[in-house]
Design a protein around this ligand. Sequence first.
Ligand code: 0A1
Ligand code: ZN
Length: 866
Amino acid sequence: MADIQSTNAAAPAIIHRQDYSPPDWFVPEISLDFTLDPASTQVRATLSVTRNGAHERPLILDGDGLSPMEVQVDGRLLQGGEWMMKGDALVIPLPGDAHQIETLVELAPENNSKLMGLYASGGLLCTQCEAEGFRRITFFPDRPDILSRYSVCMEADQTRYPILLSNGDPVEQGSLPNGRHWARWNDPFPKPCYLFALVAGDLSCKADSFVTMSGRTVRLGIWVKEGDLPRTDHAMQALKNSMAWDERVYGREYDLDVFNIVAVADFNFGAMENKGLNIFNSRYILADPETATDIDYDGVEAVVAHEYFHNWSGNRVTCRDWFQLSLKEGFTVFRDQNFSADMGSHAVKRIEDVRVLRAAQFQEDSGPLAHPVRPESYIEISNFYTATIYNKGAELIRMIALMLGPDRFRAGSDLYFDRHDGQAATCEDFVKAMEEGGGIDLRQFRRWYEQAGTPHVRATLRHDPAAQTVELLLEQSIPPTPGQPDKQPMAIPLRTALFDRAVGRHRGETLLMLTQAQQSFTFSGFADAPILSINRGFSAPVIVEADRSQTELAFLSAHDDDPFARYEAMQQLMVNVLVGRVAGQNIDEGAVVAAIRDTATDPKLDPAFIAEAIRLPSEAYLGDQMAQVDPDAIHAARDALQQRIGQQLEPLWRDIHANMKANGFSLSPAAKGARKLRNIALLYLVASGTDDGPTMAFSQFDEADNMTERQSALATLANNISNEREAALDIFYNRYRSDALTLDKWFQTQAFASHPDTVDLVEELARHPDFTLSNPNRVRSLFGAFAGNQWAFHHKSGKGYRMVADCIIALDKINPQTAARLAPPLGRWRRFDEGRAVLMRAELQRILAEPGLSKDVAEQVGKSLN
Ligand code: 0A1
Ligand code: ZN
């Protein structure tokens, strides 16, 4: 494979954080004129530019695929030779310190399959500029530390595009000859160009209003296709709740007279926080009981909140450069997590968030793509919208909030927002504001931003009966990650309690700060050895290794008053049995079955919590606990245990399934919890192999008045070979084939199924007439779900690897961003046996040898091979 290097000879440029330098030119004002048309759109941009300090460097305007049709300076048309192209950038030498630059370019939005810049989606024209899409619309210094006031005029066909939206407030509109019309919008807040947006289309508005804490009325609009209007209620309620929450919890008020949201069908990510004009992937706006699961409803609420919260954490205070991305993303995820917890259950939300962190971020942190929360370098910034930047970033803020307590944390956030309002800031600015506003020294804590890798904490408890003391020895280690072989100790806050076996309680929780490689803490007054409950609430994003017997874990699973720790004890009980069995030990499942029975029958517990606690850990999580992942053995062990739990507690599952059936649909936390528990009961029943399992699942599928129960029954059926499986899949397809978001569930359920033929089924589905590479949601539903299905994807034939690699190669020609996001599962080859590792590497090498590969995919695949 020696010639691979030479086929990709031109090494792409690496951008380094240390190379940051302030801009040579500022752009305080920009006026944009769009003559919109899907085949040919003209963009005239007028920039007022000012020189930053004394230098003689020319003005350099970024472009991506643009060629200037005109360049003017101060009203004079420049001749060729008075400007030049350097790569994709436009270079204009300028004599004075302040000038007006005008450029004209032409775009073809209907040919823009990358979904970056101005593109067409389902009859709409819309934009996506973060991170570097604005340069695909017009020539501009495309970096987040250039803040400009925007005035935007759009002209378009009145019938095809009756609605014209942009950032800020609408100021004027009018008709034109030839069936065209125009509208002008002004945004009074200076913003970076990644927050620019426009939308043109035939849209209907769900309208509402919100009165802010200072008494201003804000007009709210959610813009969708007319037929989707009935599916916007939940998003609107979530928006109003978010606005009220940010006022109450952070003292932050909305600042424009209008707040608009638009739903689009083709979108690379979840949504985008453009100032005053959020653009959403429609899956995070549209929801009704017929088509959306409870998870979908929660996703809508969380993403609406996330984008809204960015108005302060991201827009009013933005990022100086893209290395600071977690400044806005980590903080905003932390804010949306707490909002969702306040709207529902704190315990369940924390469990869900930790599950996501472990599934996505811990895997990233232990593989070839590991990077710090504040990275040092990148090739393609789109690849850095990662679980580390978002979810680990949120955990860092959570630790700061824990160490400070609510009042001092609020003092810190107030200082941060007030000090940096209207600025492009850094992670360091945030940490300093927390230190000063909250009164804390975060010198050592800063390492969390610098060092990649998930810290391991070994906890050993030593009891001295004579002295009646216990010593807790804590040892931390951080594994090497790419470019960081040696690590310094981190400051790790661990909420800890010691339980008295006799009384089933602890004597008060303490927050231990582990700051050294090894540290010991002594507690007195313990005649008997207590049981350790540590990292309660998952207070730090670390892996704890504590030697606790199955008896001790069973004790915690019954008595721990911290719901996360209680859940964790249950999970660890199950992990011990499963990992032990995969390693060939015959470990008794009695403690697991008893703990599940006791938890499921405890009347004091919330059904939503019970559902989380009694679920077996995922196959992927089990793989993470092993030195080498054995997908087949893990699947077999987990499946067998699931069956035993199903059989041994069969009457309990039948009871729960009958008792948790609701009378009518509601979205209350209690109703959602009941559905969650009922679905787990069905899963165990079917897993037990009982004769009527498939018919019970089919009845639930058939009779459900909501998608949560219907899809869950379908997913349960999809795992096993049965006539009911085929019937339910057919019915589902025929019922929802015309609704893209719901049809995605049909693809996803099959791709994620624990079925022996999943690999072949996915291959067939990729040829299905409803499968398309041009819609990112559809691609993720099939190949994203499949690559997350450990047993199926790691089929030892290597067929799964080949299919995903084929998809990446084909998609890269259309949409590199979405293609690159499918690569990381192939990069985990070091975690598998030699046979699989060789096959995975071969696919990575095949991708890398592809001529004309995007830098998005080249970066992910290249790093994965190193
Ligand atoms: N800032 C958005 C995420 C986002 C990033 C890049 C995009 O381009 C395709 C789109 C969205 C957020 O955090 O929600
Ligand atoms: Zn965000």
